[in-house]
Design a protein around this ligand. Sequence first.
Ligand code: ATP
Length: 511
Amino acid sequence: MTSPLDAAAHEGIVLTGASKTFGLTKVLHDISLTFAPGTVTGVLGENGAGKSTLFKILAGIYEPDAGATLRVNGKEASLPLTPTSSANLGFAFVHQDLGLAGSLSVTENVFVGAMMRKRGLIDWKAQKVKVRELLAGLGVDVDPATPVQELTQAEKAVVAIARAVYARGRERSSLLVLDEPTANLTGVERDRLFEAMRAAAASGTAIAFCTHRLDEVLTATDSVLVLRDGSVVMQAPTSTISGEKELAKHILGRDLESHFPERTSHFVAGSEPAIRINELSGGGINGLSLDIRPGEVVGLTGLAGAGHDDVPDLILGSMNAESGTVSVGGKKVKPSSATDATAAGIAMLPADRKRRSGIMGASIAENLTLVSIGTFTRRGLIDARAERRSVVEAMEQFDVRPMGDPDRPLETLSGGNQQKVLIAKWAAKAGVKCLILHEPTQGVDVGAKRTVLEHVRRMAEQGVAVLLVSSEHEELSHLCDRVLIMRGGLVRREMVGATAKQITEQCYVAA
Ligand SMILES: Nc1ncnc2c1ncn2[C@@H]1O[C@H](COP(=O)(O)OP(=O)(O)OP(=O)(O)O)[C@@H](O)[C@H]1O
């Protein structure tokens, strides 16, 4: 296997001296790196380290400061790039949300913007053959006519890769950037994606694979590039790294004892449930009954498509329930909006934070106090000082970076820091009886993950019932008093107490 460090200097993508300044803040400092052809480079760093900024420079979205140079397979490329010149260099990007149109077929998604034509007409036959060939090359066999929404999450990710690689009719990309493509995938599905990644690399593409899951880095990459505070602090072959601990140390600049806080239980068995879900059906769920007591943390998981992902929306009313009831504090509720749910004492952190959780154009402070503004209102007037104090405290507690700038728009924070703000807003709200978290640590770095989970634990200590819908078995095992594993819309297995600690990827498959 080629290491980028062994690769001849003229090969692959070689960026030197790249810096980026926003206003007065320099977020990238003189970065130099190589993405070698045919290899997978894991790109790591804390939330806010500068990974997305680097990729946005390569995608032609951000202009680097003066002084940077870029060579692509031996040829000088002129900076700044534009989205078009980036695409012409063969740079392709797959973002976490994959950007596929669910109702369109696999073929339509792969060829969007670059339909194959014969005598002016779309050549559907040739496209079908080509798409089969592309997917087979990536190790997936699906009917090209299938609407994308019917595919598994892993298959969707592979379709997104095929589209990125094939963009504009090219045979392969020079660089494929995968930005946390595994966020919602469990082990087996991740393995399929890694196979596709390997297959794309085998054709000579340089792959930059961005993830916060350190176990993936060790299994799926050839080399590792670590950014810290906007500088490259390490680029080395993966084989020289001793394990996750060492990686965490490079990422954080300090030792991290454990990624997870120790599990402690805070609920009283036999107490009245804070939330009772009774025979709930709808979406992919078939008659779910579940009581969660004050202080109890219940995990819900399964392979993609098992049904667990629909539960938060069914409870919240954003997905129509065919039957069943939800009661909070003994009272039946039927929320039809997020406001209704909040009034009933339900707090929810959806998986799709960009579209459904935060107000991206509003400031950190506004997002943090969105649901708790009443706490600071006296006779119709907002106590601005108390509000500001609480915002500053929440930012410190949740380690929101950059620090000390509560008026900064949420959209200018890195993805993981946005997630911290959106969790912190519920921690500040009084009267929350049930907290529903859907993939709460997606995009959150290894150090911040612990902070976030500690706060969830703290809310449980204060008597909040927590429903954690997650595909991360380690997170479930460290946080939950009970874990329910679903398949085909039904709970197939319940792991309680110390047994819940033993949950592994195998448990999903066997359920
Ligand atoms: N448009 C912008 N205006 C001002 N600052 C920005 C902008 N975009 C990013 N930043 C800042 O640049 C720094 C690097 O952010 P970036 O999104 O590159 O981090 P990241 O490593 O991708 O983090 P994450 O893992 O959380 O996605 C952060 O401090 C962020 O707040």
